[in-house]
Design a protein around this ligand. Structure first.
Ligand code: SAM
Length: 268
């Protein structure tokens, strides 16, 4: 297993938030933040043994284990050093590659256009609008021609967003941290409203949770049409993404798995 560091030019301040959490995410976090067995089944559907598959997000440990059990060639990419280290420690030695990489950057050279599948669970929900565009381009960059992206996305607002928006309205501070047109929430700018609206995340300590949210900064909330438009815009080296399906996740409200194929003939 190799470690790749991106160097200062690619520093993404959000990784520090995930460095606070690491394995606590799967050990103590909220069960509903992770894909259920049924959802893992959707991610895995028809992926044959030997396929080259990248999971973006080391926190999605159950999915990585299910792919390993199927005999898939798994690479995990994550921008958080601690997330990478904790996942390596949790998996049998040598069972997959775990590389430190920010998906909003171009793919690591050795992985460009090599992957049959790129999978991620609600990772796009952690992005601002520009990051979402860059992140999807980074995922496309990994895919071989005809390879598939499977990305689950929660549509609309989270319950905690709604609590923050209500509290912000009451205090008259909403415009400091929420843009209703763009549907972008800025956890770093919410101040006391975040403390007031904080909901438990499993057994994770509330003080740590607050720091994690603040470090997550800006996140965009999507509706279905925005996701479809975004997928249609992504272009890397004359290739694009063609939407194949959008499937409801059984147990997670307003959450869909978007499946898209890497195709030639898009953009410059
Ligand atoms: N629902 C998810 C799960 O089951 O793990 C959690 C959401 S997302 C996959 C969280 C993971 O993505 C974390 O491990 C975080 O460090 C990683 N991550 C977030 N932004 C990233 C980025 N720009 N590049 C690479 N990894 C990123």
């Amino acid at each position: 297993m190799t470690t790749q560091t991106d160097g200062p030019a690619t520093a993404n301040a959000k990784s520090a938030a995930w460095d606070l959490i690491g394995s606590l995410f799967w050990e103590s976090g909220r069960t509903s933040a992770k894909p259920s067995d049924e959802e893992i089944g959707l991610f895995l559907a028809d992926i044959p043994a030997g396929a080259r598959c990248t999971v973006v997000g080391a926190s999605t440990k159950d999915l990585v284990e299910a792919l390993n059990a199927r005999g898939v060639q798994v690479t995990v990419l994550d921008f958080s050093e601690r997330m990478c280290a904790d996942l390596r420690a949790a998996l049998p030695a040598g069972s997959c590659r775990v590389l430190r990489h920010d998906i909003t950057r171009p793919a690591p050279e050795q992985l460009r256009a090599t992957q049959d599948y790129v999978l991620n669970d609600r990772l796009v929900n952690r992005f601002g609008a520009d990051e979402a565009r860059a992140g999807l381009a980074g995922m496309l960059d990994l895919l071989a021609d005809g390879g598939q992206l499977r990305a689950s996305i929660k549509l609309g607002l989270y319950p905690m967003d709604e609590r923050m928006i209500a509290a912000g309205r009451e205090r008259g501070t909403l415009d400091r941290f929420y843009d209703p047109e763009a549907k972008v929430i800025d956890f770093a700018a919410a101040g006391d409203v975040l403390t007031e609206a904080l909901l438990p995340h499993g057994a994770i300590d509330p003080g740590l949770l607050l720091k994690w949210y603040r470090g997550r900064g800006r996140e965009k909330r999507f509706d279905h049409d925005e996701v479809v438009a975004l997928l249609g815009e992504v272009a890397v080296d004359g290739r694009g993404l063609r939407l194949v399906s959008a499937t409801e996740f059984g147990q997670a409200p307003e959450t869909r798995m978007y499946t898209a194929e890497a195709v030639a003939g898009r953009g410059a």
